[in-house]
Design a protein around this ligand. Structure first.
Ligand SMILES: [Fe+2]
Length: 476
């Protein structure tokens, strides 16, 4: 919308419109060429601390912690010809719940070196040099501390309980290279399993981070073609390695664009790496040509390994901003160990992304998964609950003009049933240009929310978030 700045011409009496309108229209036209800079993808200008939050319904009293989210929020004016969602400076958003009350909402930039430069703030300490680029993809607790995470090289950044970035971290010297935005926590051992890559390195690091937050490199998998590996999954025996045809492109990197592109020449494969780190015993399966950002879960079933993924038939096949995409589809890959063959079945007809489950089922057979609607033209919308035994998908429609980001499952205390818990999500309302945090009862998924916390601001569409209970943190 153009900004009208009406002023009075002092020489005469006519009202004129300031040139701001024309220049704003031009700017809007330019930005409209880039879908990641308009509507609720656009960055917000302010960092906030808001304690007076309106609530509809009843917040469950046992939810005591922070519901965190992270996404890109450029800290300097981006170039619309080059800017991609994946590149923007990170911003963390959080809602503090305690005793049935919403105590505060906060949002802060993740203060990487580049962000500090843009915002004219002091750079934060780091244990070893890192590239200073955005840390914008996930936020979670590791070893009782909060971290903002990204893949492809930048160090994790430590946050305090008020979501202020305090330092770069290499986990007390134990993280020797890159990390990932998608560590997979084993609910049995509490360890994190991580696949990390970075441009210029021709291998993938398999890292294991213990409950105290110390990392060790358990294996290195050769990958001279430098694939982009966004997510992983675990089973009791294996780590799942997605080696798909999106690879590092030096020309794109040098020109300042997103440096990974669809690579038609590269075969697609999926590997099962023994959790012992024995790379010589790794088992590879030919996979469909596709790109997978996210895995819902994986588990073992006799001589088979089941891997449930959100599959994009291509990605970044036209150009990086337009993507050349098809709708992301939720599918099951069954890897048959005796035959070495992969078979695929579709699990839902909807276009979905950001798959989550009850985290206590990670690596084990499971029944329920949760996703957000996400179409080929970047439209968020409803939340879905997938029953992977009955094949039924339930829909929670948040209302006209309302769209959820990734829904996060939080189990109730002493829950017995797998879906006995709440689903928390940040829901953007284009009618008000504000965001609500909505709490659903996962067992009564299609009904009205249990509670809605109304934020007086909007939270831009971003990537990932987690519920971090106070009991997960060393200090809060
Ligand atoms: Fe992700």
């Amino acid at each position: 919308m153009a900004i009208k700045d009406k002023t009075v011409d002092r020489a005469g009496e006519k009202t004129i419109e300031n040139s701001t309108e024309k220049s704003t229209e031009k700017l809007t036209d330019k930005l409209a060429a880039n879908p990641f800079l308009v509507a609720n993808f656009a960055p917000v200008a302010d960092e906030n601390v808001i304690s007076d939050l309106a609530v509809t319904g009843t917040i469950p009293e046992e939810l005591e912690g922070r519901f965190l989210r992270i996404g890109p929020n450029p800290s300097a004016k981006p170039n619309p010809k080059k800017y991609h969602w994946f590149l923007g400076t990170g911003m963390v958003h959080g809602l503090r719940l305690k005793g049935g009350k919403a105590e505060w909402y906060r949002n802060n930039y993740v203060l990487t070196d580049n962000a500090a430069r843009d915002l004219k703030r002091e750079q934060l300490p780091y244990p070893r040099k890192t590239h200073g680029g955005s840390v914008n993809t996930n936020v979670l607790n590791i070893g009782g501390e909060l971290y903002a995470l990204v893949e492809a090289g930048a160090l994790p950044m430590k946050l305090d309980g008020n979501l202020q970035t305090t330092a770069y971290s290499d986990f007390d010297g134990t993280l020797k290279g890159a990390f990932s935005a998608h560590p997979r926590r084993d609910p049995v051992t509490g360890e994190l399993h991580v696949l990390a890559y970075e441009p210029g390195k021709k291998h993938i690091d398999y890292l294991v981070v213990d409950k105290a937050g110390r990392s060790r490199t358990a294996a290195q998998v050769s990958a001279p073609h430098q694939p982009m590996i966004h997510d992983t999954a675990i089973t009791p025996s294996f780590v799942v390695v997605l080696d798909l045809p999106m690879t590092f492109d030096l020309v794109a990197a040098v020109s300042g664009k997103f440096p990974y592109l669809w690579n038609r020449k590269q075969p697609a494969r999926i590997g099962l790496l023994p959790r012992s780190g024995d790379v010589n015993s790794m088992i590879w399966f030919e996979a469909p040509q596709c790109y997978v950002y996210h895995i819902m879960n994986a588990y073992e079933d006799g001589g088979k390994v089941v891997v449930d993924v959100v599959k994009n038939s291509t990605y970044f096949d036209a150009d990086v901003i337009r993507r050349g995409i098809t709708p992301p589809v939720f599918v099951r890959w069954v890897l048959d160990l005796p035959t070495g063959k992969l078979s695929e079945t579709q699990l839902a007809e909807q276009a979905v992304e950001f798959p989550r489950l009850n985290d206590s089922r990670v690596g084990q057979s499971y029944r329920f998964g949760y996703t957000a609607q996400f179409t080929a033209n970047l439209q968020f919308g409803s939340a879905y609950k997938h029953d992977l035994i009955s094949g039924e998908t339930q829909t929670h429609d948040f209302g006209s003009g309302r769209a959820t980001m990734e829904p996060v499952f939080v189990a109730k205390t002493n829950a017995v049933a797998e879906d006995e818990g709440w689903l928390l999500s940040y829901v953007y309302d284009q009618n008000t240009n504000r965001t609500d945090v909505v709490i659903l009862d996962a067992q009564d998924f299609e009904s009205a929310p249990v509670a809605t916390i109304h934020l007086p601001v909007r939270v831009p569409f971003g990537f990932h978030g987690n519920w971090v209970a106070d009991s997960d943190l060393n200090a809060f």
